[in-house]
Design a protein around this ligand. Structure first.
Ligand code: SAM
Length: 280
């Protein structure tokens, strides 16, 4: 049977499956590294393999393909992922891209708060001149992030938001964070709800942005000032902006930026200088 015939047979048998997932499963089973090679090989003969059926059965149980294969693509490379970390999302690639475009040549320290698999931290370490720190409350997530940091470029720290940085008194110029923002009453796919870690998905019982901003006031801020780049949930941006205004006062600049789906998705706060210009 050709690869194409196997693909077509599978999607005909299981119309609910996403063809992109089926293609990724085929590429994994037949050791094809990229999509263009896959397309070129579609008419080659292949032997049916048990591994392919195993993957298809897991997909039928709504398990995300990234957890099945242990790999997720982010920005420009594959990262190891498992059930202890969020599967990186395209919106986060947009945030990282925006940050890189604005800060590529700058120097100083950047912190990725709630690093998960480390995708933000590692992409920033590859595409900027900044020293990169990353925190997470989950030790299991940090373990995954460290696997992804093959060249030991990022300093990973365990703890609540910025506390590890506050304790070590490291001067910070930038914060980039995609914190858990899904509200408990939001409807989610089984794929997400049953498989991704709750602590990475759901907005906690406390106001996580207010807590973050209060911690910023205890942080050692670099002499050049601090900028914060946040990815937030739909309908949260205005509220986060108000919270930031209350904490940092009128002298900081706060912008809401839309994602490619025209949703208010990113809150960018610039011009935070030490303790002097912050509201008490
Ligand atoms: C939405 S996930 C983002 C993961 C990764 N940065 C990404 O964008 O794919 C949020 C992450 O924040 C972590 N987290 C949740 N509460 C935290 C806290 N209080 N302090 C530090 N990390 C926290 C979770 O463990 C999870 O890894």
């Amino acid at each position: 049977m050709t690869l194409y015939a196997l693909q077509q047979k599978t999607v005909a048998l299981y119309p609910n499956l996403d063809i992109n997932d089926v293609n990724l499963a085929l590429m994994h089973v037949y050791h094809i590294n990229d999509y263009s090679t896959f397309v070129l090989k579609l008419h080659e003969e292949v032997k049916e393999k048990v591994l392919f059926n195993t993957i298809i059965n897991r997909l039928l149980n709504a398990e995300p393909i990234q957890y099945i294969l242990g790999s997720a693509y982010f920005y420009d490379q594959d990262f190891f992922v498992n059930k202890n970390v969020l599967i990186p999302r395209p919106e986060t690639e947009e945030l990282v891209d925006l940050f890189i475009k604005e800060n590529k040549g700058k120097v100083g320290n950047v912190v990725d708060v709630g690093t998960g698999s480390g995708v933000i931290a590692l992409t920033l370490s590859n595409h900027t001149n900044l020293n990169v720190y990353a925190t997470d409350i989950s030790k299991k997530a940090l373990k995954v992030a460290k696997v992804n940091d093959t060249n030991n470029k990022v300093t990973f720290m365990h703890g609540h938001l910025l506390l590890p940085l506050i304790k070590s008194n490291i001067p910070v110029s930038f914060i980039v964070a995609n914190l858990p923002y899904i509200k408990k009453d939001e409807k989610l796919d089984t794929k997400v709800k049953d498989y991704e870690p709750a602590r990475a998905l759901f907005y906690p019982a406390y106001n996580i942005y207010k807590t973050l901003f209060k911690q910023v006031k205890k942080l050692r801020i670099s002499e050049e000032g601090l900028s914060i780049y946040l990815e937030v949930g739909t309908n949260q941006a205005a509220e986060v902006k108000i919270t930031a205004q209350k904490e940092f006062g009128e002298s900081v600049s706060i912008n809401i930026v839309q994602d490619m789906q025209q949703k208010d998705r990113f809150v960018i706060i610039k011009g935070i200088y030490g303790h002097k210009n912050l509201s008490s």
